[in-house]
Design a protein around this ligand. Structure first.
Ligand SMILES: Nc1nc2c(ncn2[C@@H]2O[C@H](COP(=O)(O)OP(=O)(O)OP(=O)(O)O)[C@@H](O)[C@H]2O)c(=O)[nH]1
Ligand SMILES: [Mg+2]
Length: 303
């Protein structure tokens, strides 16, 4: 447990240093003054909590100040911690009961899809699940190679197509191959696409449809990888992907590179999507199931 917590603390150190960790200093042993609220509001907005969530946190803390008779600013720290925790849900248990379960992994360019798939594959293998990967990113030859390198390392079969071939066809073949081999989980890597590019989003819809033709009822999961360094912009991305395909969960990558981890709150509040995993670094074990307790602990830690 201590190990997990220190991993989260380390992964969230940029976010805590930049913003949340300063809250403890702000809420020192002074009296609560009108300035305290202004300063707290500024820090929470800066922490990428989003305007709505920031306003709601402040309302709640002001209410508690009245009803509980809090007078010292440091009493607010505990109240803030509890309030932030309440705003995050624990991820639901992974629903990978179907055999095979097909997971389509989507997101903008460079968000971390391919490396996240590799880390997930390693994690699922450790749970004794058999995996097959589909390289439906046919734009860049290097993309197929990247997935293939991971496949070789993990001893997992990778289905790919010729460069610039139809990504839908690759996805179709991957699902068919996975069904034929009787694997537990098929993960389909897709090309990064700007959520504002109509044609690319249409292509993603097609990949999604084609997967459903290869195996009715699939994809069982569509996981959206969001780069935590993009802050509130990630919300626009997520909305566009949600409009195109049935996103079932979010993976928040690169929290370790980000000072804007507060966006996790906005994702839950404004999108209603569960955060399933968080990327806390580049190593496979740095991909962790999202843990709201450790997350809140990590962002508020001031060490
Ligand atoms: N520090 C850190 N780096 C990460 C994390 N996840 C991914 N990366 C890095 O982000 C970069 C891009 O990752 P990819 O997996 O190639 O991203 P992608 O979404 O597949 O990119 P495209 O296929 O070009 O759209 C790589 O250098 C990864 O090592 C993370 O959680 N933490
Ligand atoms: Mg990729």
């Amino acid at each position: 447990m201590a190990d997990i917590l220190s991993r989260w603390r380390a992964g969230l150190s940029k976010t805590s240093k930049a913003t949340f960790g300063q809250i403890a200093a702000l809420l020192g042993a002074t009296e609560i003054k009108p300035d305290t609220w202004d300063d707290l509001e500024a820090l929470l907005i800066q922490a990428d909590l989003g305007l709505e969530t920031t306003a709601s946190v402040l309302d709640e803390l002001k209410r508690l100040t009245r009803t509980e008779g809090l007078t010292r600013a440091n009493e607010l720290t505990a109240a803030l911690r509890a309030d932030l925790r309440k705003r995050l849900d624990s991820p639901p248990p992974l629903n990978l009961r179907d055999r095979p379960s097909v997971i389509l992994v989507v997101g903008v360019n460079g968000s971390g899809k391919t490396t996240t798939i590799a880390k997930l594959a390693a994690r699922l293998q450790a749970e004794r699940k058999s995996i097959l990967l589909g390289a439906a990113d046919t734009f860049r030859a290097a993309a197929v190679d990247q997935l293939q390198v991971w496949g070789d390392r993990l001893k997992v079969e990778v289905i790919s197509g010729a460069p610039e071939s139809d990504p839908g066809a690759v996805a179709f073949n991957a699902v068919q191959a996975g069904v034929a081999r009787g694997v537990d989980v098929i993960m389909i890597d897709t090309a990064g696409r700007l959520h504002t590019r109509f044609n690319l989003m249409e292509e993603l819809k097609k990949v999604n449809r084609v997967v459903g033709k290869a195996l009715p009822g699939s994809p069982h999961e569509v996981w959206l990888v969001l780069d935590a360094t993009t802050g509130q912009n990630a919300l626009q991305q997520a909305r566009a992907f949600k409009d195109a395909v049935n996103v079932t969960g979010v993976i928040l990558s690169k929290l370790d590179s980000s000072a804007r981890g507060g966006m996790a709150f906005a994702i839950q509040k404004e999108l209603g999507l569960p955060i399933l995993f968080a990327g806390l670094g580049e190593k496979p074990e740095d991909l962790q199931p999202f843990d709201p307790d450790a997350f809140v602990e990590g962002i508020l830690s001031s060490s």
